[in-house]
Design a protein around this ligand. Structure first.
Ligand code: TRP
Length: 332
């Protein structure tokens, strides 16, 4: 059976884009595959972090993943630092991957910015740790956004290089599964700006933790234009706010944009917004409620992550032990 691995940064403030772009897909995959999902705190410290905020954000992201439908009884969910095999395998891979390969990584260039000499060494070798995340479980499939494709390709290169350096057929070459869906959810206040957790206006976004009332209120206040909705999807290209609301409707209802446009053609935003609000409240409302409940029960979340880490370790430990043996470490 295929084994899925994916990771999410503990950066807090999960919003609609995180749900539609990642978490909802994860929840759907858990019924078909063996799934391992990881809150990547080791990756987080490749940029400076406030320890207390990071600890809270780790719980918050875990709560969001669980509330979003990833069931700890169906798959493994844990935070990376509790399974030491990730770090251990990353070191082996640091001695497989080449400087030249990492020099090509575009995310490092973006994150390091102008002051490259001031960046942590860990930021440079971030994709090597990512390869270790995946290969410590011999995962075959990795659901990620388009921006992570290069890192998954590097993981393949590392797996292949390890196998050929030591003349073994040990690591599988993991496949990226690019999650495109609803990547372009825009701000509710400005249809030309991406919906973002860093926007100063909370009304610009739907947070995963927002309950039914807040969701309804934000949709009611969402920016629109005075025209009724058109019959053809193409006519929305010059109406970014309308296009965005249709995009959200289509994503939440799993319907094509065209079918949504057809249903609401000629109607005003009053009708459309009230339908969108009902839809969003019924799909996202319970997630927000459950997330709030979990945030109020940190012991419950910590226990889930602890149990998940034990299960993860049980898979990773023998694989990493074997990798160490292949490399030639003496183990007495
Ligand atoms: N780098 C990924 C991101 O920023 C997160 C991540 C870490 C990840 N390890 C992973 C994703 C392993 C997939 C597989 O989104």
């Amino acid at each position: 059976m295929d084994r899925i691995f994916s990771g999410i940064q503990p950066s807090g403030n999960l919003q609609l884009g995180n749900y539609l772009g990642a978490i909802r897909n994860w929840a759907r995959m858990q019924h078909e595959y063996e799934c391992i999902f990881c809150v990547v705190d080791l990756h987080a410290i490749t940029l400076p972090q406030d320890p207390r905020i990071m600890r809270e954000a780790t719980r918050e992201v875990a709560a969001g993943v669980i509330a979003g439908g990833v069931d700890p009884n169906n798959c493994i969910i844990f935070n990376q630092s509790q399974v030491s095999e990730h770090s251990e395998l990353a070191w082996l891979f640091n001695c497989v991957a080449r400087l030249g390969w990492l020099n090509r990584m575009t995310q490092f260039k973006e994150k390091a910015g102008k002051d490259r000499d001031g960046a942590f060494v860990g930021l440079y070798t971030y994709p090597v740790l990512q390869a270790a995340d995946i290969l410590a479980y011999k995962a075959t499939d990795v659901p990620v956004g388009e921006d992570q494709k290069q890192h998954i390709e590097l993981s393949r290169d590392i797996a292949q290089a390890f196998n050929s350096m030591f003349e073994v057929d040990f690591f599988p070459l993991p496949e990226p599964r690019i999650q495109k869906e609803a990547a372009r959810i825009m701000s509710l206040r400005d249809g030309l700006k991406k919906m973002s957790k860093s926007d100063p206006s909370d009304n610009s976004r739907i947070n995963m933790i927002d309950g039914p009332d807040l969701i309804a209120q934000k949709i009611r206040r969402a920016k629109t234009d005075p025209e009724p909705l058109p019959e053809r999807l193409e006519d929305l290209t010059t109406r970014p706010e309308a296009l965005n609301l249709i995009t959200i409707f289509s994503a939440l209802s799993d319907r094509t944009m065209q079918s949504v446009v057809t249903e609401f053609a000629g109607k005003g935003f009053g009708d459309f917004k009230s339908a969108l609000s009902d839809l969003a409240v019924s799909t996202l409302g319970p997630i927000g409620d459950e997330m709030q409940r979990l945030m109020g029960a940190p012991d419950e979340v910590d226990k889930i992550l602890h149990d998940g880490a034990l299960k993860a370790k049980a898979i990773a430990a023998p694989i990493v032990a074997e990798a160490k043996k292949i490399v030639g470490f003496l183990n007495t």
